[in-house]
Ligand binder design. Structure first.
Ligand SMILES: [Cu+2]
Length: 97
């Protein structure tokens, strides 16, 4: 017979960040460790979601084609500023609690 854990954890959630008009929307997305973040590219050209500090545990996507999306499982708590390596003025932040 399985013992119940000391606390009931919320099920992992999925959060969507839109890439539209050369912007990440929302600018800051806050998630819990274990959640998934999906970047969805609505622009007619590719973008990336790339942590400014490589190896930090933040996102590091390939080029996300127009109309495509990329999923990232947020495993490690922290604050991860990220940008689009193809358009370095596009910046945003992922916060993992
Ligand atoms: Cu871009």
């Amino acid at each position: 017979m399985a013992a119940l854990g000391p606390a009931v954890q919320a099920a992992p959630a999925v959060h969507t960040v839109l890439i539209d008009g050369m912007r990440f929307i929302p600018q800051t997305v806050e998630v819990k460790a274990g959640d998934t973040v999906v970047w969805r590219n609505k622009d007619p050209f590719p973008h990336t979601a790339t942590a400014t500090q490589s190896g930090s545990g933040g996102p590091s996507s390939p080029a996300i084609a127009p109309g495509a999306s990329w999923r990232f499982k947020a495993a490690k708590p922290g604050s991860y500023p990220y940008l689009c390596t193809l358009h370095s003025t596009m910046t945003a932040t992922l916060v993992v609690k």
